[in-house]
Design a protein around this ligand. Structure first.
Ligand code: GRF
Length: 210
């Protein structure tokens, strides 16, 4: 994306919205050169919607339709229409528990990013912090990546490491990873919007823009 412009962000989430709050704060302070255009959740009454509403951000529940892990066809079109109407430049997934594919990704090419609570390609999928703990790794972290047709497989924008401590429980490790997410995600969104990150095939490259 380019320099000097104020961009519009959409955030999609199903949970508490701690990443959304960190990104909103980074928009407010100017770290991220964007405004929060809309927050959408597939879960009615989700914390992310309440937290967005408290900040005066437009917050909408859009029903996901009949499937458990993805949007059905009608819902997918409703999501696309809402995002196009809000004229968003970037769609930020923050704990959105539905797989996005096909029409949705074609409508927003290279405009959908996600944060995953592990160092991909290790531990894709659900409860990645628990997978890391069960495996016995000594270092894990979080990854910001573009969303493609696979599950947690798109080109990586950035990663941050987090130590695994001997007495960690899933909850303590997840909390440490989430702290890292709240640093990494705004930083990667800012870099992307400022045109500092370019996709090169499977990966991305970083160039500084002054
Ligand atoms: C984060 O840990 C993220 O990595 C995962 O879902 C969680 C969302 O948390 N994909 P929150 O809703 O941002 O608090």
């Amino acid at each position: 994306m380019s320099e000097g412009k104020k961009f519009k962000l959409a955030i999609l989430g199903s949970g508490h919205g701690s990443n959304m709050a960190a990104i909103a704060e980074a928009c407010r302070t100017g770290q991220v050169p964007a405004e929060m255009a809309i927050v959408i959740s597939d879960v009615e009454g989700a914390g992310i919607l309440t937290r967005a509403g408290e900040r005066g951000i437009r917050a909408e529940h859009i029903a996901p339709g009949k499937f458990r892990t993805k949007l059905d066809e009608a819902a997918e079109q409703t999501y696309i229409a809402a995002l196009q109407q809000a004229r968003v430049d970037l769609i930020v997934l923050a704990g959105f528990m539905r797989i996005l594919k096909g029409d949705f990704l074609r409508a927003f090419p290279e405009r959908v990013v996600n944060i995953h609570p592990a160092l991909l390609p290790s531990f894709p999928g659900l409860e990645a912090w628990k997978q890391a703990l069960d495996y016995g790794v000594k270092v894990t972290g979080c990854t910001v990546h573009f969303v493609d047709q696979g599950i947690d497989t798109g080109p990586i924008l950035g990663q941050q490491t987090v130590p695994v401590l001997d007495d960690d429980s899933p909850a303590t490790l997840h909390e440490r990873i989430q702290q890292a997410e709240r640093d990494l995600y705004p930083a990667m969104i800012a870099a992307l919007l400022r045109g500092e990150i370019q996709v090169r095939g499977r990966t991305t490259v970083r160039r500084r823009v002054n």
